[in-house]
Design a protein. Structure first.
Length: 94
């Protein structure tokens, strides 16, 4: 088990490299998981990768997911919609 999976607050450390001016941090936190690699929490493999699909920002767990996301933009955006619509668990701050 990686350290980001053991400590819920640690998962947001990788988000520090995302642009706060474009609200990337908040968007990635709302999405929480990669729409391509099911169950992969954003930030668990380093800084999330941002791609634009049909004019919308999408965050992926790694660069390896980019080609699949771009090949299936509609499906990827539907998955992101589902990820951002579900209730979020509150992360305990340390």
């Amino acid at each position: 088990m990686s350290s980001s999976q053991r400590c819920p607050a640690r998962k947001f450390l990788e988000f520090e490299h995302l642009d706060p001016e474009q609200q990337d941090r908040e968007l990635a936190k709302a999405q929480q998981f990669c729409p391509i690699f099911a169950g992969s929490r954003l930030g668990s493999m380093g800084t999330p990768v941002k791609v634009w699909l049909e004019g919308q920002p999408v965050f992926l767990c790694c660069a390896g997911c980019q080609s699949k996301a771009k090949k299936n933009p509609t499906e990827t955006l539907e998955t992101v919609k589902k990820l951002t619509a579900r209730p979020k668990r509150r992360v305990a701050e340390t």
